[in-house]
Unconditional design. Structure first.
Length: 311
């Protein structure tokens, strides 16, 4: 891990030099992590075998990186104050702070390992509750509670700022969107905004109603993205390529258009199966990167249930 300058260094007037050296060590540490992760070394993550996972690392700003591999995109801020990681499905490394953007395992599966290493895990209060008391699985079986060490120890609702490594890292609550415990993370100096899965630049949106997600919350979340940061802020989604705000605007317009088509079919007393069969996403299927029939049908079914519940 990257540590703060020593007291001896401060006394000897070597704080700046020490910080520079330790910042370089952080960069070396991150590079080493990528090489180890990509070389086939088995990681001690909770569920999948990551022995064959290849990690892609991208330098987004001077001390901000993204990691892409098996699950959702991970963000890493490095510097003399330590390492802050946004989401963690894997990576058995020493982290000072770990921020969870939402409850799903491909973003929280590394909590247990990283918690054991002494990292402070931060998330919304609802996320902590859902890890401790998870929703039933898709097959109807009870959810498996996360062990206590994997639970966030610092929770918030609204906003929280972490001052470290020359950044004022802003945690911003996104209520009832993809889930009811979403967080987006803004790094103003790096000019980067990480959204978690309430915004994805690949496939159709996923409204996880079982974990408190809502259509209106997602639409409000898209508006919040557009209001946060600067016009040229890089938007890093939970899955998919980094985009700009124009892509988020187009994504929201697509969601509204499909919603309106679903609503029109429902006014004709169509069942959910009939609405899905009508393919209300068809005009967007070729435009949405990574769109598949499965994600399209799931999205339409979620919209149907949302509109049905609001009647």
């Amino acid at each position: 891990m990257c540590f703060l300058p020593t007291r001896e260094a401060v006394k000897n007037g070597r704080t700046a030099e020490e910080k520079m050296l330790r910042t370089r060590r952080c960069g070396i540490w991150l590079t080493t992590l990528m090489l180890v992760a990509g070389s086939g070394v088995r990681m001690r993550a909770q569920q999948p075998d990551f022995s064959q996972v290849q990690i892609k690392t991208t330098k987004v700003a001077s001390n901000f990186y993204t990691l892409e591999g098996q699950g959702g995109t991970i963000g890493v801020l490095t510097g003399p104050d330590g390492v802050l990681m946004v989401d963690a499905q894997f990576a058995d490394v020493r982290i000072r702070f770990l921020v969870n953007t939402h409850v799903h395992g491909d973003h929280t599966g590394g909590n247990e390992n990283i918690g054991k290493l002494g990292a402070v895990i931060i998330a919304r209060e609802n996320l902590r509750t859902r890890l401790a008391k998870p929703a039933p699985q898709a097959n109807g079986q009870p959810g498996v509670p996360a062990p206590p060490i994997a639970l966030p120890v610092l929770t918030y609702d609204g906003a929280l700022t972490i001052h470290m490594d020359g950044e004022d890292v802003q945690l911003i609550a996104v209520p009832v969107a993809h889930t009811d415990g979403d967080t987006m993370v803004y790094f103003p100096n790096a000019n980067v905004l990480m959204t978690g899965d309430f915004y994805r630049s690949t496939g159709y949106p996923n409204i996880d109603r079982a974990n408190g997600g809502t259509m209106n919350g997602m639409l409000a979340g898209f508006d919040l993205i557009l209001k946060t940061g600067r016009p040229d802020t890089k938007i890093i989604p939970g899955h998919g390529a980094t985009v700009d705000k124009a892509a988020v605007t187009a994504h929201k317009a697509m969601m509204v258009a499909v919603r309106d088509k679903v609503a029109a079919l429902m006014r004709q007393n169509k069942t959910q199966e009939e609405v899905i069969a009508a393919k209300p996403t068809s005009e967007f299927d070729a435009k949405v990167t990574g769109a598949t029939p499965m994600t399209a049908d799931r999205f339409v079914g979620q919209l149907y249930q949302e509109l049905k519940s609001s009647r």
